[in-house]
Every structure is written in C-alpha cells, then in structure tokens.
Design a protein around this ligand. Sequence first.
Ligand SMILES: Nc1ncnc2c1ncn2[C@@H]1O[C@H](COP(=O)(O)OP(=O)(O)O)[C@@H](O)[C@H]1O
Ligand SMILES: [Mg+2]
Length: 257
Amino acid sequence: MSRPLLQVSGLTKTFGGLEAVSDVAFDVAEGSIKALIGPNGAGKTTIFNLLTSVIPADSGSARFNGHELLRMPTHRIAALGIGRTFQTSLLFDQMTVLENVMVGHHLGGRSSMLTAALGILGARAEERECRALAMRALEQAGLADLAGRPASELPIGQRRLVEVARALASEPKLLLMDEPAAGLNMRETDRMGEIIQRTRDGGVTVLLVEHDMSLVMSISEEILVLDGGRRLAEGPPEQIRHDERVLAAYLGEEAEL
Ligand SMILES: Nc1ncnc2c1ncn2[C@@H]1O[C@H](COP(=O)(O)OP(=O)(O)O)[C@@H](O)[C@H]1O
Ligand SMILES: [Mg+2]
C-alpha cells in the first residue's frame, strides 16, 4: 500500500450531549479511493466538516502531507490541496457551467491578494489562467460541450458533475465527496463512478461518502464503516460486504450490500 496522504486519529466532536464523532481513526492511502459509509446520522458529514475546519474538533489529529489540519483555517486547508463537494447542490443557476466552475477556482484560490497586488494586467492573466483551469476541469468531468449553457438547464446528473468539476478546478490532491450520487438515476450514477475513477487515475486521492452501495463496492479500494460516530469496521469491499456487524447496522435502512 502506498503512503498515507491523510492520517486521522482520535477525532472527536460532541454537539451538546451527542457524540457525533467519537475517537475515530483512519488513514487514506495516496492515490486511492476510500469510502466512508454508515447509516444516516453516523457522523460522515461531520467528519468532512472537521477535516475542513468548518467546525472545530474537540480533540484528535488529522495530518495531511505532514500538516496538522485541525485548527487550521478553512482557506489554508483548501490552499494545501483539499477540495470538497457537498451533499446538497450549490450551483448558481443564472451563471453558465463554465462560470460556476471558475467560482471554484476563486474560492479555492491562491490569488485574490496576488491579483490586487499585480493590478489589472495581473488580473487579466489570472482570469485567463482561471478560465483554462476551469475548462480543463470540465473536460475531466466530460462536460466540455456544456461550458456555455446556463446551469439552470442541466439535469441533476450533470449538475452534480459540474460540482465535481468545480472542486477539480482548485487542483486538489485530496477530494472529499459527500454523497455525489444522491438523487442520480442508475445511468447517471455509473457516469459519476467513471468520473471518480478517472479523477483518481489522474492522481487525485478520493475520500467518498456515499449511500449507493453498488457504487461504493465497485470503485473503492477500502471502506470505513461508521455507526453512531464510532468506527464499526474497515477493510476492502469483499470483507465489508460480509461483515455481520455492518449488516446489522444497516438493518432497517434500504441498503443492499
Ligand atoms: N452543527 C450541528 N449541530 C448539532 N448537531 C449536529 C450538527 N451537525 C451534525 N449534527 C448531528 O450529528 C450527528 C451526525 O450527523 P452527520 O455527520 O450529518 O451524519 P451523516 O452525514 O453520517 O448522516 C447527527 O445526529 C446530527 O444530527
Ligand atoms: Mg451527511
């Protein structure tokens, strides 16, 4: 196994009396797709929020490429090379697909201070670079033909791919994806799976939260299962599929392992 790009240990977060994330530890190997699964409320999105400092952890450590992420400001985490897609769609409907992806570059951006310092000439070069990165990200997501279309015209499957392209435009080393296949039909889900694998093949490590078990089982190298904020099991898909504790945790949920 290649070296870990992300090493999480003792990660803990309590909301009021509720232990949403409780002493969670895991590694993500560089160049891999790792899935984080578990029933609703298991703490998956909270882990993403902790890793990106959207909310502060109570305790623990998350080392990325030698840097401690916990207590680092969100924009610095983005600048280190961590991208994210969200559980709910965040596209600007009035903007084109390309503009939506360019926003990702700015938000992840290294450049706003640089732009101010270099003045308008610098700003134009910056804009060109941003546009080129956004176009490349759209190509990676198979959306290049749609660049000029208003986002409002796209069906959900393509909207979710635009969000992936937006995250790719910030050139992440690690991409955190929160339920990218939510609301997608089978064909769209397959397409999303292909794009995630292609992203990994392009050198981006992926940590994937996803409810669609056939997608998770088919593209992940390793799966971490959470239940009630705790680590329940971890291993390759074939092992997780047959794990009795995992099957029991999913009883009553509509998951086919
Ligand atoms: N900001 C918050 N304030 C209070 N409780 C929260 C907050 N975020 C999440 N929770 C609670 O933490 C638990 C884990 O939530 P979450 O991480 O969103 O689960 P998952 O993504 O696995 O479905 C849930 O019980 C949820 O209600
Ligand atoms: Mg969630």
